[in-house]
Design a protein around this ligand. Structure first.
Ligand code: NAD
Length: 476
């Protein structure tokens, strides 16, 4: 494993001038993997200057020219799979089998999908909308993209921003989470063996430091942020201050609404898996389950059996199915939410930290909660599943829509009229019917409510990195 990670600016590893070392940890053991330097505002400014200088050359390549370069990133990532998988498993605590076999292939496929985004942009047809004038519509890149990513999918999120933004002609400075910078730095290093210098730069550091400096830089044309509601709010305000566009992919608190006429054993199996995926540190996890009263006990029994069947352990162990949480802070936050649960709540399994130096939490199932309980209203972001009973569609919908979030939801029923009504009425940017968390690079995400705004992923996501220009040419 490499022992030194640095910012990459203008194509070169660049030591930060900045503000002290930061230990990057392995959450399975609590041990330090490597120390990296936090970037100062001056380091960030240098990276933005490099991206700004690279923009004219990169943006004037043809879409096919950029496509050709960017698809090579997919091959290069595959060539470096072993190294990148090791880094992500160690640093993000992702069970190796799940990361290597599911998430990593999506990273590679995401590059292949988005590399072509610049070749398929759409706008109104050109034509004579006014007498004597031909209108044509151009979708142009915006300039330098400031990308800020979270720790729960470090590489996947980085690729979901980097490749579409570059494919449509922008350049970028990316700031990964201070907890998980390693796979992003490695990917940018690999990419810089292929891309012209300055097109893609990475700076490390925390939110209030490097993140805020990136967001505030007037040369940044659009800020693409994925993270918490609180972080997103701060970044959106800073971008708005400069009257710059921002795209916000924020937290979620997905309801899964299960009716008694659904296949309950299948629902229990799939909902347990999607609640625990990535140790529940997943913005669309099915962690808030609502079930029709008559099916409550059967579903709860099925979920309990599934939760008690996981293999908790070091992410590097092939047999592990549930890894650690990312940090002591996130673990303490989840334990605090569990400690403060209301008197009516009943913990049916889990709820404790096992003996280990890593940041582990046993998979936890809780019933008896009220709609206004903190554990229901908050994004718990841990391997914790809550189950609440409901009576009838009206109550189910009110409970499902009764939090400030609106990222995703699912409805489970064999009545197609009912599932159609819920698909229409659930206040969420993504709705599954008799499924939860089926996801891939083609799937556009669009948060409602406090889950944010703007689209990420798929070819629609690339459009967020463009702006429309209307050209009117006189016939005289
Ligand atoms: P976070 O908001 O703490 O941090 C996210 C990133 O923002 C980090 O790089 C951080 O350094 C930076 N940051 C924080 N404050 C900042 C500020 N004031 N200015 C600039 N940058 C700042 O979030 P997190 O804890 O790293 O990530 C988990 C969150 O991400 C969860 O809420 C999860 O739901 C959300 N998430 C959402 C999606 C989605 O597609 N909607 C996907 C993955 C994760």
């Amino acid at each position: 494993m490499p022992t030194r990670f640095q910012n990459i600016v203008n194509g070169r590893p660049t030591p930060a001038r900045a503000s002290g070392d930061r230990a990057v940890l392995n959450p399975s053991t609590g041990e330090t993997i490597v120390e990296v330097a936090d970037s100062s505002p001056a380091d960030v400014a240098d990276a933005v200057a490099a991206a700004d200088a690279a923009f004219p050359g990169w943006s004037r390549l043809t879409p096919a020219g950029r496509h050709k370069v960017l698809t090579r990133l997919a091959d290069a990532l595959e060539d470096n799979a072993a190294d990148v998988v090791d880094l992500e498993v160690a640093n993000a605590g992702k069970p190796v089998s799940a990361f290597r076999d599911e998430e990593f292939p999506d990273c590679v496929d995401g590059i292949r999908l988005s590399a072509a985004a610049g070749r398929s942009l759409t706008a109104n047809a050109s034509g004579e909308y006014l007498d004597g004038v031909t209108s044509s519509f151009r979708r142009e890149p915006i300039g330098v993209v400031g990308a800020i990513t979270p720790w729960n999918y470090p590489l996947l999120q980085a690729i979901a921003k980097i490749v579409p933004a570059l494919a449509v002609g922008n350049t970028m400075v990316i700031k990964p989470s201070e907890l998980t910078p390693l796979s992003t730095v490695r990917f940018v290093e690999i990419a810089n063996e292929i891309l012209p210098p300055g097109v893609l730069n990475v700076v490390m550091g925390d939110g209030p430091g490097a993140g805020a400096a990136l967001t505030a830089d007037p040369r940044v044309g659009v800020v693409s942020f994925t993270g918490s509601v609180a972080g997103g709010r701060a970044v959106a305000v800073a971008a708005a201050q400069g009257l710059r566009k921002s795209v916000m992919e924020l937290g979620g608190n997905a309801p899964a609404v299960v009716f008694a006429d659904a296949d309950i054993p299948r629902a229990a199996r799939l909902l347990a898996a999607s609640a625990l995926f990535n140790t529940g540190q997943e913005c669309m996890a099915s962690s808030r389950i609502l079930v029709e009263e008559s099916a409550h006990d059967e579903l709860v029994a099925g979920l309990k059996a599934e939760l008690e069947n996981v293999r908790l352990g070091d992410a590097r162990d092939e047999a592990t199915t549930l890894g650690p949480m990312i940090s002591q802070k996130q673990l303490d936050r989840a334990l605090g939410l569990l400690d403060r649960r209301s008197g009516t709540a009943e913990v049916l399994t889990g709820g404790k930290r096992p003996e280990s130096d890593g940041f582990f939490l046993e998979p936890t199932l809780i019933t008896g909660l009220r709609q206004d309980d903190e554990l229901v209203q908050t994004e718990v972001f841990a391997p914790v599943v809550t189950v609440q009973p409901f009576r009838g569609e009206e109550q189910a919908l009110a409970m499902a829509n009764g939090t400030p979030y609106g990222l995703s939801a699912s409805v489970w029923s064999s009545d197609t009229g009912r599932t159609a009504r819920f698909a229409r009425d659930l206040r969420a940017g993504m709705v599954w019917v008799n499924e939860h968390l089926l996801f891939g690079p083609d799937c556009a995400v669009n948060g409602f409510g406090e889950s944010g705004f703007g689209i990420e992923n798929g070819l629609m996501g690339a459009t967020e990195f463009t702006r429309l220009k209307h050209v009117l040419t006189s016939h005289h």
